[in-house]
Structures are given as structure tokens and as C-alpha cells.
Design a protein around this ligand. Structure first.
Ligand code: FE
Ligand code: FE
Ligand code: ZN
Length: 286
């Protein structure tokens, strides 16, 4: 088996950190994603138990969990109009990144936000300005901007917009920035995943492939270019299982975690993880 395949799914933090580390193994995965707090709420985190966090850190150190992704809640908007939302976003991200120093090897993923009429260029500038306030020299956690479908005034609908944010960020801090490629989002934004080599070439030319640090592997319920953002199970959407499994096994993405965010319960996730892994076994037997 290709030991380099890093695949997993979104899990709930409700039982704690150690429980997610154990659960993903039971589901056949070796990475996972979790929301740092209730994705739609603003209630503060229950303070994590140090022993609970240490248990996951130890599992990561031994290689049982690789590159897990902490996903910021949807309520954050770095370029909101209201100053209190911007400040809340900045302070929360800073606190979460400080906490993640306890989990060496984790990644942090966030949505660049909605520019709400300020314009994409101004939005990118504001996001870059916020990043300069939450990143610090010597930090351990890569911070990933997620590619978005382009709903409403969402930033990040194109590689150009994400590249713009990165290039507007202080050159000394840029090394901490990366990108999560969400297959449903870029399909809904208009990219043609049947030509995935072409998509990666474009990504490389605009952002640089070394910044591609995570993949959200989702099928889409909508047509390409719809700008809708509704995820579907692998093989039940407009992208299709073949294309998605080919992406999961793309040689240029070896070492990049593939996270399922499909509308599934845990059994469904286990099935999709098997679907992805089976392909690698079949290919190894050829
Ligand atoms: Fe996301
Ligand atoms: Fe996503
Ligand atoms: Zn989505």
C-alpha cells in the first residue's frame, strides 16, 4: 500500500482531541479536520484539557495522524464592514494559532471572507493586513487560505485572488501562508477538474505549487461555474468519483492531506476513505 496517501474526513471536536485521533484510525484514515469551535456560533471554546491535547500530539508524533487541519468557523470575516467583526476574527484567529503550537504538524484553514461591496482588491488588502497581525515570526502552524466558490462577495473564487492576498502580505510572513484546494468550490467557481493537470499548472503559475498544502475532496451538487457551494458525496455529484479519485492520487499531491467534507455520517466517510484507498491497492497490483 502507498503509505504516503494521507486521507481522512471532517470530525466533530465534541468528544475532544484524543477521541478524534482514535476515531479517524477506526474509520481507516490517517488525517482529519475539525472546527476550532461551533462553525456557526460564537460561543467560546471550552478550554481544552492539556492531557487530551497531549494525547493527540503524541499520536501525531508517532505518525498515526498526519497533518490534521483546524478549520476556522464560518462566523469569521477578516474583511467585514463592522470593525467589531474584524477584531473578533483577528483575536480569535490569533488565539487559535497560539493554541495550535501545542499540536506540532497541524495546519490551520480559514475562508478569506466576504468583501461585502468593498471590492475584491480592497478585500484582499484588508485580509493581508489582518494576516500581518495574526502571524508571527517563528510560528509553527501553516495558515491556509481556502479556495472558494464565489458565492455573493466571497473572496478566493480564483487563484488570482488568493495569490493577490499572499503577495500583499509582508514578505517576511508570507512563508507561513498556504492554500487549501476545495474541489467542490473550484468546480463551482468555474475550473474544469477533468483537466486537473491544467488546473495544477494554472495554480503553479499564479500561486506556486509549493503553497498547496491541503485538499478538500468533495463532489458538487451543482454545475461547473454555478458559484453555489453545495457539497455532494463522491460519485453523487457533477464532478464524479473517477475524477475525484484521480485527484486524490495525483503524483504532484503526494504528501498533501485529502480531507472529505461530503454530506456523510461516519460510516459514509469510512466507505469513501475505502473507495479512495482501494484504487491505490488496485493500481499497486497492476
Ligand atoms: Fe471551508
Ligand atoms: Fe472546504
Ligand atoms: Zn463548501
Amino acid at each position: 500500500m502507498d503509505t504516503e496517501m494521507i486521507v481522512g474526513c471532517h470530525l466533530s471536536l465534541s468528544e475532544g482531541y484524543a477521541a478524534m485521533g482514535r476515531r479517524i484510525g477506526e474509520l481507516g484514515g490517517n488525517t482529519f479536520q475539525f472546527f476550532t469551535k461551533n462553525p456557526r456560533g460564537r460561543s467560546p471554546n471550552r478550554p481544552p484539557e492539556p492531557e487530551d491535547v497531549k494525547d493527540l500530539a503524541e499520536r501525531m508524533r508517532r505518525g498515526g495522524v498526519i497533518l490534521p487541519v483546524a478549520h476556522a468557523p464560518y462566523t469569521y470575516n477578516p474583511c467585514a464592514l463592522k470593525p467589531e467583526v474584524r477584531e473578533y476574527t483577528r483575536d480569535s484567529m490569533r488565539a487559535e494559532l497560539t493554541f495550535l503550537e501545542n499540536l506540532p504538524g497541524a495546519l490551520y484553514n480559514f475562508h478569506p471572507g466576504c468583501h461585502v461591496g468593498q471590492g475584491a482588491e480592497e478585500g484582499c488588502r484588508i485580509v493581508a493586513g489582518m494576516l500581518e497581525q495574526v502571524l508571527w515570526e517563528g510560528m509553527g502552524t501553516p495558515v491556509l487560505l481556502e479556495t472558494m466558490a464565489g458565492k455573493g462577495t466571497e473572496l478566493g473564487r480564483s487563484f488570482e485572488e488568493l495569490g493577490r492576498i499572499i503577495s500583499m502580505t509582508d514578505p517576511g510572513l508570507r512563508k507561513y501562508l498556504g492554500v487549501t484546494l476545495d474541489t467542490c468550490h473550484i468546480h463551482d467557481a468555474g475550473y474544469d477538474l477533468t483537466d486537473f493537470d491544467g488546473v495544477l499548472r494554472e495554480f503553479d503559475g499564479i500561486i506556486g505549487l509549493d503553497r498547496l498544502r491541503a485538499v478538500h475532496l468533495n463532489d458538487s451538487a451543482n454545475e461547473r461555474g454555478s458559484r453555489k457551494d453545495r457539497h455532494a458525496k463522491l460519485g453523487e455529484g457533477t464532478i464524479g468519483a473517477d475524477t475525484l479519485i484521480r485527484i486524490a492520487h495525483h503524483p504532484l499531491l503526494r504528501g498533501v492531506p485529502k480531507i472529505l467534507e461530503t454530506p456523510n455520517d461516519e460510516e459514509g466517510y469510512a466507505r469513501e476513505i475505502r473507495m479512495i484507498r482501494e484504487r491505490e491497492t488496485n493500481e499497486a497490483e497492476l
